[in-house]
Write a protein that binds this ligand. Structure first.
Ligand SMILES: Nc1ncnc2c1ncn2[C@@H]1O[C@H](COP(=O)(O)OP(=O)(O)OP(=O)(O)O)[C@@H](O)[C@H]1O
Length: 356
């Protein structure tokens, strides 16, 4: 969709580092490890897609990356600094540089504010516009940037007077008003019709190309990751953990983890129930995701996994390890790749005698 320029490859540096990050929610009834030991890096101008089924911890990770929620453990660094050790001014700068675009703009746009007020308020608040005229001019430029033209047709509108796609573009324009280095887009196209979705993705892609904005792009749909994040990397999450992580073409064209393979088998399937049935039909033993409150032993994917081995996968938790130009956490895949961890073998059945 959009070209990867030489400039990007050379100028890429780690903008955000998510290191060993966990988030545990404690409710009256349970302790929920929503995110468990996640490591991710987003380079400047790069797209990192975070993919997985509902409830796997994508939004929780995204909210921590945006500084909206504090990790239970681990660190989120922006430009080399732990965001939770920044002083108030430093944290404020981080919050302007990293903008969060919510999947439902209805939830984030103030219903009683016009588009103009929505766009000019942050400009005035952060001193990016000296006066009302300058703020108005910048607001019109922002609307052009997100292809809402002519801008004059939109400035006086309220959110309810816009279509879903237009609202989403206003939310992106507002995020852009503060000249962010990184946009965290949480399923920001999932509520749109397919053609509007594609137009929106193309527009976001042009921001990356023209402005060098990096993206942490959250989606449950690998087809979207393929379309939007082809030049970047993709991390597949399952029950709070990253199970496969690498360059998007590697992950999509040659998936290694059985969960990634199953997710790809289920693409494209807009109806979640049909997708779940397809997941089951596509080789998974079950469409049911185990509860975070009662995680399976060993590899938490093993009860659904078509290649799980008794005595191995239900006993020992796999770690991410390099396999075929990406990282994968699967004992069986790692063993087949000749990984040093391959010496783990299922125990001999009771009564079996060794012939050696
Ligand atoms: N504030 C909270 N308190 C308790 N549990 C929570 C809280 N927020 C999220 N969870 C739980 O943490 C898990 C991960 O949720 P999260 O929203 O991060 O998943 P997700 O992959 O983004 O799902 P979706 O695609 O449906 O948004 C879920 O089991 C969810 O119920």
């Amino acid at each position: 969709m959009f070209e990867h320029t030489e400039h990007d490859a050379k100028s890429s540096h780690a903008l955000m580092e998510i290191s060993d990050v966990s988030k545990i929610f404690t409710t009256k009834h349970a302790t929920l490890p929503a995110v468990d030991g996640v490591n991710l890096t987003v380079n400047a101008g790069e797209v990192l897609c975070l993919v997985g089924e509902s409830g796997c911890g994508k939004t929780t990770t995204a909210r921590m990356a945006a500084g909206l929620s504090k990790p239970t453990a681990g660190t989120i660094s922006y430009d080399g600094q732990d965001i939770w050790s920044l002083d108030k001014a430093g944290f404020g700068n981080f919050r302007t540089a990293v903008q969060y675009v919510h999947q439902d703009p209805y939830a984030s746009l103030n219903p009683i504010r016009t588009v103009e007020a929505t766009l000019t308020a942050p400009l005035r608040k952060h001193g990016l516009a000296k006066n009302g005229k300058e703020a108005w001019e910048q607001a019109t430029q922002l609307l052009r940037r997100v292809n809402l033209t002519p801008p004059e047709n939109y400035l006086s509108k309220f959110p309810h007077q816009l279509s879903g796609g237009q609202r989403q573009r206003v939310a992106v324009a507002r995020a852009l008003s503060l000249d962010p280095k990184l946009i965290i887009a949480d399923e920001s196209t999932s509520m749109l019709d397919v053609s509007i979705r594609v137009a929106m993705l193309n527009m976001l892609g042009s921001l990356r190309d023209d402005l060098g904005v990096g993206f942490l792009f959250i989606t449950h749909d690998l087809a979207i990751a393929k379309y939007f994040g082809w030049q970047g990397r993709t991390a597949v999450m399952y029950l709070g953990k990253v199970v496969e992580y690498g360059p998007t073409p590697e992950v999509i064209n040659n998936p290694q983890h059985p969960y990634t393979r199953a997710l790809l088998d289920a693409v494209p399937e807009p109806d979640p129930d049909a997708a779940a049935r397809k997941l089951e039909g596509g080789g998974l033993k079950s469409a049911e995701i185990p509860s975070l409150a009662n995680l399976p032993s060993g590899c938490s994917f093993h009860p659904r996994c078509p290649i799980a081995e008794d005595g191995l996968c239900d006993v020992k938790e796999p770690a991410l390890a390099p396999v075929a130009r990406r990282s994968v956490s699967c004992h069986v895949v790692q063993r087949e790749d000749g990984h040093p961890g391959d010496r783990i073998r299922p125990p001999e059945p009771a009564g079996a005698t060794s012939t050696s």
